[in-house]
Design a binder for this molecule. Structure first.
Ligand code: GAL
Ligand code: ZN
Length: 665
């Protein structure tokens, strides 16, 4: 596959034809090598059933190709046109309250609806055939950000029907489903699969957690099936073109591990200054780093950014404008964490519709301003770096296990009102980030044997096979971190019985749960070698069998009992953390782990300066990223020299970045 450095998302259909050649020329001059188009304009490309008109795309692709720019085309199935909705209003989605959602935004579709799928089949078949032999079209994107605006959809009759088929395949008999869902409670027995519905709002609000978990698994599978329908058509028509998808970091509706199986490589949309987190004074670079590290886990290889922030963003309300240097800094953070290609969203701010204020590289006027000039300078400077570094990975020794299954289970039962699965993982990630330790995310299905440390919080649903895999990791010398709410449920979301918690891993942890406390109205404290550090949300009260207490609680009637323990097992160690760590406690925990596993951080940096590496062959690229609004002084580790040969005086500018290299013989 050809490698690209930089690209841009382009919507020629929003602009007069006379401008397109100028755009294409400006793109080439600034260093754009690839463009994504077409993912929202179904109404233009098929103005009536079976009447296709791809002339806008044909012409734009021709002008881009003349400048040497290649194209990725999106299928527009996130925005079915008005004439389809008029003809088949039933394809609009239904929410949790049984209320239909209507045309006028996007994602106004039900992904299981067979009538909608017929419309899709017709469009995608014609579209794929039309562009299959166009050499400038190098790849496809199916739909757009699957799961976005659809997170709480769809509960319609068509989806219920598809859910019943999914359940029949899974359980075989209704008796087995009734057992797995614990329907003896509150008279929920189903005499027949035909009686099962989507878990809509109930009179009591509460849902059956087993029903709900299967619904979330089904909804994930449905998104993958929806993607597969289109991917199959595209691949059959054009086997030489790649398929990718613009994923959204930690978004959880579909499992990206599962969706990733259909992709040639993963892509991600990165908006650090998006209207959701609009403050300059809030440090979010750790979250952005984590989402990038997670996207790298989808295919366990470098990825693309398909939408990289290009300016001030927002819909009805806006965030802060990116400060000088930030657009380059944010793009560089993606590169540092494994992006091989950066595509900026969007070429030019749109004059119409919902996203008039989601700014592009060019303002509405079309005249280059600060955003454009900053990004252009960044691209010119770093295109050679992206070329040489292609395929390089961070060589992490620490992994964090991120599981969609466990996340779904905690979405259903968070236990503590402030407890969120991803935030919990982030307490560990953030401490590693502060220490400049490279991290990989992994799933249950990945091979963990290359890591010295595996942090696997909240292994709530414990199956024999997961238990076996965790045991094997430690037996073979790994250091494993398990936490509260591990080994509580089976795969059906029913509580394990007749075994000590943490069920199936109590021997690995070297302890058993006596009871627990949910810290609803208070924070707690942990004493670690005399130091008092805050904890929150939850406290497991444990009785150790073979584990050694590392730190004890400093509050409540269980003060003095173990809060954190470590158990030698086989050639490795299993740590158990009975509470949610404060930042200070997480720093202490991470320091203990690194010392125990003999892992050295990349380097020491001031707060807000991130150090990241990528490695390929014998070469290491070290990235220093200053997320602070003031210059910072940094001491470089031995053996590194500036990648660009420019002098290094030990200082990073405000929002500045530098890259260094070291080559081992
Ligand atoms: C992304 C989406 C784009 C555009 C952008 C700005 O989520 O993929 O199509 O909508 O946000 O809102
Ligand atoms: Zn539906």
């Amino acid at each position: 596959m050809k490698h690209y450095t930089f690209g841009v998302d382009y919507y020629p259909e929003h602009w007069p034809r006379e401008r397109w050649a100028t755009d294409a020329k400006m793109m080439r001059e600034m260093g754009i090598e690839v463009v994504r188009m077409g993912e929202f304009s179904w109404a233009m490309f098929e103005p009536g059933e079976g009447r296709f008109d791809f002339s806008v795309l044909d012409e734009a692709i021709g002008l881009l190709a003349a400048q040497g720019i290649d194209v990725i085309l999106g299928t527009p199935t996130a925005a079915p046109p008005a004439w389809i909705i008029e003809k088949n209003p039933e394809i609009q989605p239904t929410d949790w309250r049984g209320q239909q959602r209507f045309f006028g935004g996007r994602h106004h579709d039900c992904q299981s609806n067979p009538v909608y799928r017929e419309h899709i089949r017709r469009y995608v078949t014609a579209f794929a055939a039309h562009f299959a032999d166009n050499p400038a079209v190098v790849g496809w994107q199916v739909d757009n950000e699957l799961g976005n605006s659809h997170g709480d959809l769809c509960y319609c009759e068509s989806c219920e029907k598809r859910f019943r088929v999914w359940l029949k395949e899974k359980y075989g008999t209704i008796g087995e489903l009734n057992r797995a869902w614990g329907t003896a409670f509150w008279s929920q027995d189903y005499p027949d699969f035909e009686h099962i519905r989507s878990p809509k709002i109930t009179a009591a609000w509460g849902q059956n957690p087993s029903h709900d978990l299967d619904w979330r698994r089904f909804s994930s599978d449905l998104v993958c099936e929806f993607h597969q329908l289109q991917a199959d058509i595209l691949r059959a028509a054009a086997p030489g073109k790649f398929i990718t998808h613009n994923l959204m970091g930690f978004s959880s509706k579909p499992s990206y591990y599962a969706l990733g199986e259909q992709l040639d490589f993963a892509s991600h949309d990165q908006y650090p200054g998006g209207h959701f987190h609009a403050r300059h004074d809030e440090y979010r670079a750790d979250w952005h780093a984590a989402e990038l590290d997670f996207i790298r886990a989808v295919k366990q290889k470098p990825f693309w950014i398909m939408e990289q922030q290009s300016g001030i963003t927002g819909w009805e309300v806006l965030g802060r404008t990116p400060r000088p240097g930030q657009l380059g800094l944010w793009a560089m953070q993606c590169v540092a964490h494994g992006a091989d290609t950066i595509v900026f969203f969007r070429w030019r701010s749109c004059p119409m519709g919902t996203e008039q204020y989601w700014h592009g590289l060019l303002p509405h006027s079309g005249q280059p301003g600060r955003y454009f000039r900053e990004v252009e300078a960044f691209m010119k400077q770093y295109a050679p770096l992206l070329r040489e570094m292609q395929g390089a990975l961070p060589q992490a020794e620490v992994a964090i296990l991120r599981s969609y299954e466990q996340e779904y289970a905690f979405q259903i039962q968070p236990h503590h009102p402030q407890h969120r699965y991803t935030q919990h993982l982030m307490t560990y990630y953030k401490a590693l980030h502060r220490a400049n330790v490279p991290v990989d995310f992994v799933g249950e299905h990945h091979d963990w044997s290359g890591y010295k440390v595996l942090i696997a919080p909240l292994q709530f649903l414990m199956t024999p096979s997961l238990s076996e895999k965790l045991h094997a990791f430690v037996e073979n010398g790994g250091q494993l971190v398990l936490t509260w709410r591990t080994g509580v449920k089976d795969e059906s979301n029913l509580c394990h019985t007749d075994m000590p918690v943490p069920c199936l891993v109590d021997d690995l942890c070297g302890l058993q749960l006596a009871e627990y406390d949910c810290l609803r109205d208070t924070d707690g404290a942990v004493l670690w070698e005399g130091e008092r550090l805050a904890c929150s949300q939850w406290c497991d009260v444990v009785e150790v069998t073979t584990a050694r207490p590392v730190a004890v609680y400093g509050h409540e009637f269980y003060a003095g009992t173990p809060a954190i323990t470590c158990n030698e097992f086989g050639a490795g160690k299993c740590w158990y953390v009975g509470t949610t760590l404060s930042d200070a406690l997480a720093d202490r925990m991470v320091a203990a782990l690194l010392a125990s596993a003999d892992i050295a951080p990349l380097m020491d940096t001031p707060h807000g300066v991130e150090a990241v590496r990528r490695v390929k062959g014998g070469k290491t690229w070290l990235f220093l990223l200053n997320h602070n609004a003031c210059p910072e002084t940094v001491a470089l580790p031995a053996g590194f020299t500036p990648w660009d040969g420019a002098p290094w005086a030990g200082q990073l500018e405000a929002h500045g970045t530098r890259v260094f290299v070291s080559v081992s013989e």
